[in-house]
Design a protein around this ligand. Structure first.
Ligand code: SF4
Length: 269
């Protein structure tokens, strides 16, 4: 009884194709319902209902849903993590990552600071606000990209002292597997590492930013751009330094085939 039912499906799909200018696609749910159903009794009209005009954005939505669930499972393990006992004791909360699980572009910083530790979100302090402004200049919102750190816990500080400290190589090595999982799930087209410490955490090498930034590297076959951490730009506000970061971001936009206006090309010149 299977063949007549398939004839009905094909007829319905051809009808849809004639009436619209894009190829009809079936959602996974629709396919599961078709497989489960007694196909011989399904009418053309019913199949038309089942085999919907799922567009590329529909598939993307499903992919994003799957990725959200996978990321949530990793986040759960991170929340319970105490591999660095000293950080598990001192943290207010873990800071997993934020943004679009289906993002083409992923930013990687070094570790949460005091603001991030309080709010549970990466890059929300002054440096984070600058990163948001850089994204806006690139015509991205924070919700379009994914932002995470090598370390998911704030590096602890001696009692009574203020500020933040960079993570140690051992701390980064211990936490890096969580970031790898995030990258594997998100599968961005481009990675951007912010600052030398993030690069050390990611690649395990310590080199100067002068040697590293402004050119393409690869990480697990993903193109990797290395640029200054926004905190560096807060310390050094010279237009020439802002321009360096912006040139790196122009390369990222080109790699992602994003439109670049003349005005964007000329920022900080
Ligand atoms: S820094 Fe990473 S590995 Fe260390 S306790 Fe926090 S989540 Fe676990």
């Amino acid at each position: 009884m299977r063949e007549p039912a398939l004839d009905l499906v094909i007829a319905a799909l051809e009808k849809i194709r004639e009436k619209s200018d894009h190829t009809p696609r079936a959602s996974r749910t629709a396919l599961a319902r078709l497989q489960a159903a007694d196909l011989a009794r399904i009418s053309v009209a019913t199949i038309s209902d089942l085999v919907d005009h799922e567009s590329t954005s529909g598939s993307q939505l499903q992919a994003a849903r799957n990725k959200t669930e996978l990321l949530a499972a990793v986040d759960e393990r991170v929340r319970a993590c105490s591999k660095c006992a000293h950080l598990a004791c001192s943290r207010t909360q873990t800071v997993f990552g934020v943004g679009n699980p289906n993002a083409d572009l992923m930013f990687i910083g070094e570790a949460p600071g005091a603001d991030e530790d309080q709010q549970g979100e990466p890059f929300v302090g002054r440096a984070g606000q600058l990163l948001t402004r850089i994204l806006k200049a690139m015509n991205f919102g924070r919700e379009d990209v994914y932002i995470a750190n090598i370390l998911k816990c704030r590096p602890d500080m001696p009692a009574g002292s203020f500020g933040n400290r960079p993570p140690t190589p051992t701390e980064m090595q211990t936490c890096r597997p969580y970031l790898l999982e995030q990258i594997q799930i998100i599968q961005p087209s481009v990675l951007v590492a912010l600052g030398a410490v993030a690069v050390e955490g990611l690649l395990g090498t310590r080199r100067t930013m002068r040697e590293l930034r402004g050119r393409w590297h690869t990480y697990n076959s993903i193109p990797l751009m290395i640029t200054y951490h926004p905190a560096y730009l807060l310390r050094n506000q010279a237009p020439s330094e802002k321009r360096k970061v912006w040139e790196d971001m122009l390369q990222v936009m080109e790699r992602l085939e994003r439109p670049i206006s003349e005005r964007q090309r000329n920022y900080f010149l």
